[in-house]
Design a protein around this ligand. Structure first.
Ligand code: 5AD
Ligand code: SF4
Length: 478
């Protein structure tokens, strides 16, 4: 009988992509995916280390599996991804029933590692080299590329795909564990990226999201010229069948005018820009080692508004970073008020062992202050998001249908003729409406009736699709 595996994924889109590739590789090697832990012979967690909370949840999930492992020692329990790279043997110490610890730079080897385990060679730990005290080339080589490499793979969602354009990060913001666990910044070649995009388009994919921790730092040397993200967008834009191109996450300093002009000039590139600010205070930005001042961030916002006026801009913020005063926080509030982001992801600072901030600065903002600042900033952002969304009431927007909404999934009404569907506008606004389940993967028009800070609610419109008019993401009709 084929061995069955179950995989649970937490964290960012990079992790989602890695899990998708792991699923494909395991299926290719003859394993069967199941969606309930109890049915699995192999239980995998693809983990995140960005905040303590994400790790705590994994450790308690592992704790709960101890009993199962005692009863059924043949079951395989594996920890993949960022926490595996960060904690390494600590995982085996805290959870000795774990069989596999595999860093994000080693997940490509999973089928081979499971084979070794089956031969009784466990427990196995495979991680990439630590960045400190090693030659860069050697460290880079220890982060293996798990991408599709020209292999057609079975994908759960046909019409949308993530395509990695670069690995790792060299920015070393003082709070962030990513450069340590995902390794040095390495761009993939344009050829490799384009082959993958073409292949996805042949399989019916219409929306591509280019992924990189700092995607706009993309850089590839060709004879006589450097290929940057703007050039890459131009090449991806030429691939027939692709209708929407997004890219995340942007680093403010690398938001060049050329890139913004490419967003303006290439109709398939969505005017959606995720450019995390993290803080509105220069003192905090400096301690975070973000590499820009708040004045420079405001200038960057002004360039976006000048070149791509209709762009939806989104941001990330950390509140309660070491030494953050009320005045620092007020400056963040001022930035959120002034920028009118479409939405912001707001996080309480979580000290991460292995980062510079952990070594250098005390975590001196009490948790209740972090919580209060988090709630306050979120309330302000929600008010702005709601006001921005209200502009859409009565408008008709183009939506790429993703599938049944969470509510429809819960009510398992998938078989009725009309169910609640969800999709996104070109500027990444979530739209919920009633329609037939077979619209998944198609572009439809929806007339917006009601809004909340995060969702537009509407009705399917029978209006003819005019993709040219829809391109700007702004409302297409009044
Ligand atoms: N604590 C809290 N939030 C963090 N982020 C990164 N590191 C930390 C940390 N130590 C946030 C940043 C980043 C997002 C992905 O996670 O805002 O942009
Ligand atoms: Fe982390 Fe900064 Fe790199 Fe983003 S740019 S992944 S926050 S180190």
């Amino acid at each position: 009988m084929r061995k069955r595996f179950y995989i649970e994924t937490v964290g960012c889109q990079m992790n989602e992509l890695d899990s998708e590739l792991v699923v494909a590789a395991l299926q290719e090697a003859g394993y069967e995916q199941v969606f309930q832990r109890q049915q699995a012979d192999i239980i995998l967690f693809n983990t995140c280390s960005v905040r303590q909370h994400a790790e705590d949840k994994i450790y308690s999930a592992l704790g709960r599996l101890k009993h199962l492992k005692e009863q059924k020692p043949g079951k395989v329990i594996g920890v993949l991804g960022c926490m595996a790279q960060k904690d390494q043997e600590l995982i085996l110490k805290r959870a000795p029933h774990v069989d596999l610890v595999v860093g994000p730079g080693q997940v490509a080897r999973l089928p081979e590692l499971l084979e070794s385990l089956a031969q009784g060679k466990g427990p196995i730990m495979e991680v990439s080299l630590d960045r400190r005290g090693q030659p860069r080339q050697k460290v880079q080589a220890s982060f293996l590329n798990p991408d599709r490499q020209n292999r057609p793979i079975v994908r759960p969602v046909k019409h949308q795909a993530f395509v990695r354009v670069m690995f790792g990060c060299d920015k070393f913001c003082t709070y962030c564990i990513v450069p340590k666990v995902r390794g040095p910044e390495q761009s993939r070649s344009p050829q490799e990226i384009l082959e993958e995009v073409r292949q996805l388009a042949d399989q019916g994919c219409v929306e591509i999201t280019l992924l990189g921790q700092t995607v706009n730092s993309y850089r590839w040397q060709e004879p006589g010229r450097t290929i940057r993200l703007a050039d890459l967008l131009q090449r991806v834009h030429e691939v027939p069948g692709i209708r929407r191109i997004r890219f995340v996450t942007n680093y403010p300093r690398d938001m060049s005018r050329e890139l913004l002009q490419a967003v303006r000039d290439l109709p398939k590139v969505c005017p959606y820009l995720h450019v995390p600010a993290q803080s509105g205070s220069n003192a905090v930005l400096k301690r975070m080692k973000r590499g820009y001042t708040i004045e420079e961030y405001y200038e960057m916002l002004a360039s976006i508004r000048e070149i791509v006026p209709e762009a939806a801009i989104t941001s990330d913020f950390i509140v309660g970073f070491c030494g953050e005063t009320e005045e620092d926080f007020e400056q963040t509030v001022r930035l959120v008020e002034a920028a009118r982001f479409k939405n912001s992801f707001i996080f309480k600072y979580s000290p991460r062992p292995g980062t510079k901030a952990y070594e250098l600065f005390p975590d001196d903002v009490p948790d209740e202050v972090k919580r209060r600042r988090n709630n306050e900033l979120l309330a302000i952002q929600n008010r702005i998001s709601l006001e921005e969304n209200q502009r859409f009431i009565g408008q008709t927007v183009e939506v790429l249908v993703e599938g049944p909404s969470k509510m429809a999934e819960r009510q398992s009404e998938k078989n009725s003729s009309s169910i609640q569907l969800t999709g996104r506008t070109v500027c990444d606004r979530i739209v919920v409406f009633e329609g037939s389940a077979d619209l998944a993967g198609q572009f439809v028009k929806v007339t917006i009736k009601e809004v909340s800070p995060v969702t537009l609610f509407g009705e399917l419109s029978l209006a003819r699709l005019d993709t040219h008019a829809d391109r700007l993401g702004a409302p297409v009709s009044a």
